[in-house]
Write a protein that binds this ligand. Structure first.
Ligand SMILES: Cc1cc2nc3c(=O)[nH]c(=O)nc-3n(C[C@H](O)[C@H](O)[C@H](O)COP(=O)(O)O)c2cc1C
Length: 358
């Protein structure tokens, strides 16, 4: 379907056969093609033939050109295709390799999904990517998609088959906010992290979620220090014995001021607990994993005090918890939890509705 719009850095417009030469810069690049379903193009004429054959008015297919506003260059294409059999839209994209790592795909697809939702019902967005393609995994996560299931896909010419992951974003009202998904999927993660750094923007979002938490009498006794400088991280990790979160590319240190909220009532523990849980959920929603390391650093060996010294934390604050933040390299272990009926009841302790009225 032809669609034109602009984002902050991009101009989106339909592709035309005259784009063949520019499109060959990604269609003919083996690096871009590695995990693509279509075989590598070897001639500009073949790209032109593909562009001529496309139906730009297909209402179930948005596959537009992505133009960089600053230079006017066509740098890629992509969009979303409706699959009636599963009532979902699947996303796809190609970006010239020299333009990777700038967030253009996420900027485009976020805006496209919004545009399409104005004119068509969109119940779910799907994305399938080779499991080893971590860059695509990040794109899906930034679009608010979550793991749905494992799958496989093959190139159209059958030359290669990939173990793949199927990610989905469900637009049903309850799931829309992502809060319930993050709540259900959060786990304490103690495995290895991928070496990719956490963008400062994401760390700030997670930390802001912590600051947004409730606090007793609004005393806001919790302070935070995000650490993403490898040198400072190295110093912190050197004092954490036995080591945990050794591969985390960032950590958030949680500080508390143990001051009274009113009379002799101090809610500092409740305040920082609420902040920590908010941050764990925000990290989960952005596709990161973390773990609430409090016992480990506040035990008799007082590792937290050594960390506070490294971070120049002044008197009056105590460093009580460390949250590693990063993209997980492994699956988290899932602890066994008691059943709902063992810990939660309706109307009186230990009773469910039926028992109480029988
Ligand atoms: C106050 C508190 C302190 C914790 N301290 C640690 C810790 O020092 N090390 C650790 O590995 N996990 C720590 N955890 C994480 C718990 O072990 C974890 O939440 C629990 O096993 C349940 O697993 P789940 O978070 O995946 O649901 C802490 C959790 C809380 C609430």
């Amino acid at each position: 379907m032809r669609i034109c719009f602009e984002t902050e850095r991009l101009m989106i417009r339909p592709l035309a056969p005259d784009d063949a030469e520019m499109a060959f810069r990604w269609c003919g690049d083996p690096k871009v093609n590695t995990y693509m379903i279509y075989p590598l193009y070897h001639r500009v004429e073949d790209v032109r033939a593909w562009l001529e054959k496309r139906d730009p008015d297909d209402p179930d297919n948005y596959d537009e050109g992505i133009v960089l506003k600053s230079t006017g260059e066509l740098i890629g294409s992509g969009g979303m295709h409706y699959h009636a059999e599963r009532d979902a839209w699947e996303i796809g994209y190609n970006i010239r390799a020299d333009k990777w790592g700038n967030g253009y795909v996420v900027e485009y697809l976020k805006a496209l999904i919004e545009q399409v939702r104005k004119v068509r019902p969109v119940d779910a967005i799907d994305g399938i990517f080779a499991s080893e393609n971590h860059k695509s995994q990040r794109v899906m996560e930034k679009l608010g998609m979550h793991y749905f299931m494992d799958t496989v896909f093959s190139k159209l010419d059958g030359s290669e088959t990939f173990q793949a992951k199927y990610y989905r974003r469900d637009y049903s009202p309850a799931k829309e906010s992502g809060v319930l998904t993050a709540l259900a999927e959060r786990r304490s993660y103690r495995g290895k992290y991928l070496p990719e750094p956490v963008p400062r923007e994401d760390l700030r979002i997670i930390m802001q979620a912590g600051l947004d938490a409730p606090s007793g009498c609004n005393k806001q006794t919790t302070g935070l220090i995000g650490v993403d400088d490898p040198e400072v991280l190295g110093k912190l990790k050197a004092v954490i014995r036995p080591p945990v979160a050794e591969t985390a590319p960032a950590v958030i240190c949680v500080l508390t001021q143990r001051i009274n909220a009113y009379r002799d009532r101090c809610f500092a523990v409740q305040d920082y607990s609420a902040a920590i849980e908010n941050m764990l959920l925000a990290a989960e929603a952005l596709g990161y994993r973390s773990c609430w390391y409090e016992g480990h650093i506040t035990d008799t060996d007082r590792i937290g005090d050594q960390m506070a010294e490294i971070l120049d934390v002044p008197n009056g604050y105590e460093l009580v918890c460390m949250l590693p933040i990063g993209i997980p390299a492994e699956k988290p272990s899932v602890p066994k939890k008691k059943a709902f009926s063992e810990r939660a009841w309706f109307n009186s302790f230990g009773c469910d509705q039926e028992k109480r009225h029988s």
